[in-house]
Ligand binder design. Structure first.
Ligand code: HEM
Length: 459
């Protein structure tokens, strides 16, 4: 029986037990849900519909955001939310369970640590991750079992070859930080926990100070960091993932995905079927990050696609290995799945939320659904894509999408007593970076892949 990376096989649904994760909740519990017909949603998201981008149009590249950030966003999504329920209408939100903790703590890298998940760590040096296949002494793949499945903290980080390469890069960075702490004389009993905290805090910094400003725009981010979230203020004892985030807003990232990726100097490939996960990465397809991030002045990294109502055809026709034996062809379309999830949770329309937060709602011409015979207001996920396109030429999210995404991430980090913003609010990055007192995804990747050891003070 195939076990899918992202969606649970129908036959396994009864095997689910309550994991260590948490609950979902609502950001806007008092707003009415959008009433719409399932068939209208399927018509909007199916193969061949306007949302299905069959060709890679260079004019649709987003000049603000390098392609590596899509993969970091994908990792964040997997770290926060795992709804493994079937695609159907949920009468009660309590019926769904989040198999992830509502914290940006990178449990998807660490799982239960060397004691709880020893198979991911090096038996001879359990402070470090065990890595997979090597070439010239350098690991080129994550650890895999004899059947090719990745032995990592979240199987979805092996749904395709690019995210599994980013996962590998983060594991390498952790191992490097352990080496560095040892040269600094950190007590052996502290090396793992200090390296883990160090990597978590640096990645939280990247999320808050690089990823979010790129994704939602600097002004909104400044506003939320200085005045705090307006709608999402979970108590640290009861954090939760808002369904408006997991089932609509943060799925904006699907529209950033490219039809094809340059992996290194000699290989390019689409995510599916070529780079489908669950199998070893051949050397020829190992990712060279300079094609994804600004790491080398001589190479312009490829870009994300602009945020908008389009998904690459590869995501409109997902392989059965991911969606399972779907009863309807439309269930292979990630756009249909995104639209159906929001309907299953009875999410409000984008216009309803815009009015509630005091933003100017898109007009029906701007939302553009009347052209498809649509009579009601706009489903939240589609609205957020369209809002980004209409308000910011798809370069970043607009007021509704941006607020849900930024408030959720900031609110979760602030509610986590172990995050740098709670535990040590004056902390600034300590790992080497190109610009002092800050840290970027490019810095993380450069440190993990550099032939030289980490040189500066630790957190
Ligand atoms: C790069 C290729 C990607 C693939 C192949 C992919 C695939 C998927 C699939 C199959 C699902 C489950 C759909 C469902 O049944 O509801 C999903 C869910 C999701 N995706 Fe993606 N995705 C990708 C990128 C991204 C990115 C870049 C982001 C955000 C920046 C993102 C955010 C999410 C979120 C928030 C969910 C809901 C997860 C949950 O609650 O279980 N994805 N994705």
């Amino acid at each position: 029986m195939a076990v899918q990376s992202c969606v649970l096989h129908i036959d396994l649904i009864h095997d689910l037990s309550s994991g260590a994760g948490g609950k979902y909740g609502r950001l806007f519990p008092d707003l009415p849900g959008l009433v719409c017909d399932e068939n209208d949603l399927l018509a909007l998201g199916r193969a061949g519909a306007a949302i299905d981008a069959l060709a890679d149009d260079a004019a649709n590249d987003n000049p603000r955001i390098a392609a590596g950030h899509t993969m970091f966003g994908h990792m964040i999504a997997h770290d926060l939310t795992a709804d493994r329920s079937l695609l159907k209408h949920h009468a009660s939100m309590r019926a769904i369970h989040n198999f992830r903790t509502p914290r940006l703590d990178f449990e998807s890298l660490y799982d239960a640590g060397p004691s709880g998940a020893p198979y991911m760590y090096d038996m001879e040096d359990p402070d470090k991750f065990l890595l997979g296949a090597t070439e010239n002494g350098n690991a080129i793949d994550v650890l895999r079992n004899p059947q090719g499945k990745a032995i990592i903290g979240d199987p979805r980080n092996d749904v395709h070859g690019i995210i599994s390469q980013l996962h590998l890069t983060m594991l390498k960075l952790h191992n490097r930080i352990v080496d560095h702490l040892r040269t600094e004389g950190v007590a052996p009993s502290e090396a793992f926990s200090q390296a883990q905290r160090n990597l978590r805090w640096h990645l939280q910094w990247v999320a808050l100070h690089e990823y979010l400003p790129l994704t939602v725009g600097e002004p909104l981010m400044r506003d939320i960091l200085s005045d705090g979230p307006r709608y999402f203020r979970p108590r640290s004892s009861q954090p939760f993932i808002p369904v408006e985030f997991a089932d609509a807003a943060f799925r904006f990232g699907h529209s950033q995905v490219r039809l094809k990726y340059r992996l290194n100097a000699s290989a390019s490939a689409p995510i599916f079927p070529d780079l489908a996960g669950g199998q070893p990465i051949p050397t020829a397809r190992a990712v060279d990050w300079k094609y994804f991030l600004p790491l080398d002045g001589a190479v312009l990294p490829q870009l994300t696609k602009r945020i908008g109502p389009h998904l690459p055809h590869t995501l409109i026709d997902l392989p059965e290995a991911i969606v399972g034996p779907a009863p309807r062809q439309e269930y292979h379309s990630l756009a249909c799945r995104d639209l159906l999830r929001a309907r299953a949770l009875n999410l409000p329309s984008g216009e309803t939320i815009a009015r509630h937060i005091g933003a100017e709602p898109l007009s029906s011409e701007e939302a553009g659904l009347a052209d498809f015979g649509w009579k009601s207001e706009t489903p939240l996920w589609y609205y957020i894509l369209k809002e980004a396109e209409v308000r910011h030429a798809g370069e970043h999210l607009g007021p509704v999408g941006g607020r849900i995404v930024a408030e959720t991430l900031v609110g979760l980090i602030d509610a986590d007593p172990t995050s740098f913003r709670s535990a040590d609010p004056s902390w600034t990055p300590t790992l080497p970076s190109r610009k002092s007192r800050t840290f970027t995804l490019s810095d993380a990747v450069a440190l993990a892949t550099s032939p030289h050891a980490v040189q500066t003070a630790s957190a």
